[in-house]
Design a protein around this ligand. Structure first.
Ligand code: DGY
Length: 418
């Protein structure tokens, strides 16, 4: 156990650059990613509080003046990644992408505050981070739910963090690919095409990106003109939890959070209305094409992390989760294996991801501690057996994608300590 603990710490330290940490050191992701960074900060908090705070400070250094925190910050202008700063052409203080990612940083801050003693000067810096997080969540309310329905939209599959999930197949099938679209992918230089998104996916990603850049990333316009507008259950669950956690830590520190507080009730009620009793499932919704997305994705269960105040639904969902991977040795697969959409090794279309297991573990800790602990020991066993990779087959446990993967290491450090 202690050898692996040291290995996890070393992965984070080796992947660390000037104050921020790469998702991996194999050149696949040579920048700072938003939700990766939040998980990574939690990992550091177990052995280097300063690095944990600096990681988040670096992330919020890239916050745009309207409040958005980009999904990638290009602290160094690495041309080996595509799409890099030259393609995005945006960023306030730091060159960045023009879209965001799940705002898990709020929940990470709460977890760090719950368990760690901070000095008064550290607390001052954390208060600053709380204020910036508040502005970030307000940005979602204003620009991603302009009609105040309670649910926020993602406007690009990359915003979900689950890039090529089958959840996006239908919405992406409606996109008219830009004529004469020309670009060169770089992910296939370092990763096998069997595990990465398809060309058609990338064509859509870049068509959307170009559309956003042409609009100069004006958030009001993007909501109206984006060819992709989806209310994702996974994203909204993480958003709702972020709002709850922010209100908790902000109130404790005398920071007013009335606007976010109001959003919580609305979001929770609206999310519950997406529960489909017949299937005992939550389904995402394609706002643009007015279509329910009935895809058996593990992210539909992130609702457990959101702590909705409905015991009956929570219990039914837990029973369903217990059957989700009943025939596979390793769990949880990103897509249910008996679904026609499942692909054993392709990125977000089937493999097991450590952050998904971690989100479900956290969501179940108080609702079903036995099940939560089963998820935890299973996840630790997977890492003991196969090491810290990006993702794994649910059938053989074979690792795929990048090795020395930072969030697998960071979340391992959290799991062994809780
Ligand atoms: C990638 O480059 O594959 C990233 O997931 C995009 O955010």
């Amino acid at each position: 156990m202690s050898l692996l603990k040291r290995e996890a710490e070393n992965i984070l330290l080796n992947n660390r650059r000037e104050g921020y940490t790469l998702p991996t050191n194999n050149k696949l992701y040579p920048a700072q990613w938003n939700w990766d960074s939040a998980y990574i900060a939690l990992g550091y908090s177990y052995f280097n509080k300063e690095f944990a705070i600096v990681e988040l400070e670096k992330l919020f250094e890239g916050q745009w003046s309207d409040g958005m925190v980009p999904h990638i910050l290009f602290h160094q202008k690495d041309e080996n990644y595509f799409p890099n700063h030259n393609t995005w052409q945006c960023g306030d203080k730091i060159p960045s992408s023009g879209i965001t990612q799940p705002p898990i940083a709020a929940s990470i801050l709460k977890l760090m505050l719950d368990k760690t003693e901070f000095s008064s000067s550290e607390m001052e810096r954390i208060l600053n981070l709380i204020k910036k997080t508040k502005k970030y969540l307000e940005w979602f309310c204003k620009y991603r739910d302009p009609n105040d329905t309670g649910l926020v939209s993602i406007l690009h599959p990359w915003e979900s963090g689950t890039d090529n999930s089958p959840l996006w197949d239908f919405p992406l099938s409606k996109i008219l690919i830009e004529e004469n679209l020309a670009y060169k992918r770089r992910d296939l230089d370092v990763s096998s095409s069997d595990v990465r998104p398809l060309k058609r996916d990338y064509d859509c990603y870049i068509t959307l990106l170009n559309q956003f850049r042409n609009q100069k990333y004006n958030p009001e316009q993007l909501y109206d003109i984006s060819m992709f507008n989806v209310v994702d259950i996974g994203f909204n669950s993480l958003f709702l939890k972020a709002c709850k956690d922010l209100v908790y830590i902000a109130t404790k520190n005398n920071i007013d959070c009335t606007s976010i507080q109001k959003k919580i009730t609305r979001t929770e009620n609206k999310l519950i209305s997406l529960y489909n009793q017949n299937d005992n499932s939550f389904y995402s919704y394609d706002v643009l094409n007015k279509q329910t997305l009935e895809i058996p994705s593990i992210t539909n269960y992130f609702i457990l992390f959101a702590d909705i105040q409905n015991k009956e639904i929570n219990n039914s969902i837990i029973q369903s989760l217990k059957k989700y991977n009943s025939n596979e040795k390793y769990f949880f697969s990103s897509i249910k294996p008996d679904s026609k959409y499942f692909e054993e090794i392709r990125y977000w279309r089937g493999p097991v991801w450590i952050n998904c297991n971690w989100i479900l573990y956290k969501g179940l800790l108080e609702k079903d501690p036995d099940f939560a602990n089963k998820i935890k020991s299973h996840t630790l066993d997977l890492i003991h057996e196969k090491d810290f990779h990006e993702y794994y087959s649910c059938k053989s446990g074979t690792p795929y994608g990048a090795n020395n993967f930072s969030w697998s290491a960071a979340l391992y450090l959290d799991l062994i300590n809780n």
